[in-house]
Design a protein around this ligand. Structure first.
Ligand SMILES: Nc1ncnc2c1ncn2[C@@H]1O[C@H](COP(=O)(O)OP(=O)(O)OP(=O)(O)O)[C@@H](O)[C@H]1O
Ligand SMILES: Cc1ncc(COP(=O)(O)O)c(N)n1
Length: 277
């Protein structure tokens, strides 16, 4: 008898160039040593330069994919990525409530690196009302956190206030990613359910090859939770991994190139964990 393999699920969109969305999630799951299932809610014609077309998958097909996974696999943790529109957000919320998929990591993907909209404006309320309260952890980048909270971010104090505002909307734990800020260091901020917080500080890699970083860190957290790690540990390990995937970059495409999902995590990649900055 072999022990049951840890299984996780991503519910997201595809990226034809293989760098973001479902592709990034599945590569991350494999690199982290868990088995990944995938429910596709949208297909994008996309490359490292931009998004050329988006085709949403019909709601009943999204529901059926989730039910197919749920009736057979033992999902220990799952994440959502690009959800596209309000109907899909509602469909996913209704379907996951009927399942026991374990911890839910909500990556509230809104705009692609190249500027394309990946979540309709009218779907933002549905994300806030239907998905935020279900999530174990929500992982907005700075622009997404501003949209969710209705506040702007320019200082580290703003980051903390915005995370508190998002927590008041019903999110239990928040990882506010700092990749979009400026400076030689990148600061990610974590606010936990029990009110404690910490910062993850790492040196910024001077590169445009950052396509799919958000997908990758949320997928790595999902994998680590499925492997039994506590949330704080899972976030720190995932941050070390995404840092390695950027630092040991590969050369693909002409724009925001994809990450090296086979990068090995070295002690150098560990972020500094700070109570305050
Ligand atoms: N140039 C960089 N050097 C080092 N770390 C980075 C860099 N850019 C992003 N990161 C890290 O990658 C993770 C994702 O951050 P980011 O704020 O870019 O999310 P995102 O915008 O959702 O990503 P994406 O939209 O590319 O999927 C964070 O942990 C962040 O600190
Ligand atoms: C299908 C899909 N999902 C997510 C992203 C976000 O990734 P990025 O912000 O790096 O473009 C994307 N571009 N495409």
């Amino acid at each position: 008898m072999i022990n049951e393999t840890p299984q996780v699920l991503t519910i997201a969109g595809t990226d034809s160039s293989g760098g973001a969305g479902i592709s990034a999630d599945l590569k991350t799951f494999a690199a982290q040593g868990v088995y990944g299932a995938n429910v596709i809610v949208s297909v994008t014609a996309q490359n490292t330069i931009g998004v050329q077309q988006v085709q949403m998958i019909p709601a009943n097909m999204v529901t059926n994919q989730i039910e197919s996974v749920g009736t057979d696999l033992k999902i220990r943790a799952f994440k959502t990525g690009m959800l596209g529109d309000a109907v899909t957000v509602q469909t996913v919320a209704d379907a996951i409530k009927k399942q026991q998929f374990g911890d839910f990591i909500l990556d509230p993907v809104m705009i692609a690196k190249g500027g394309a909209r990946l979540l309709a404006e009218e779907a933002i309320d549905a994300v806030k009302k239907e998905l935020l309260p279900l999530a174990t952890l929500v992982t907005p980048n700075i622009p997404e956190a501003e949209v969710l909270s209705g506040r702007t971010i320019s200082t580290h104090e703003d980051v903390q206030k915005v995370a508190q505002t998002i927590q008041k909307l019903g999110a239990k734990n928040i990882l506010l990613k700092g990749g979009h800020a400026e400076g030689q260091a990148v600061y990610d901020y974590v606010l936990l359910e029990d009110g404690t917080h910490f910062w993850l500080k790492s040196m910024r890699v001077n590169t445009v090859r950052t396509h799919g970083t958000g997908d990758t860190i949320s997928a790595a957290i999902t994998a680590q939770l499925a492997l039994g790690k506590a949330l704080k540990t899972a976030i720190i390990l995932a941050k070390s991994y995404v840092d390695a995937t950027i630092r040991e970059g590969i050369s693909v495409g002409h724009g925001h190139g994809p990450l090296n999902h086979l990068a090995m995590v070295k002690p150098l990649n560990s972020p500094e964990v700070l109570d305050d900055i």
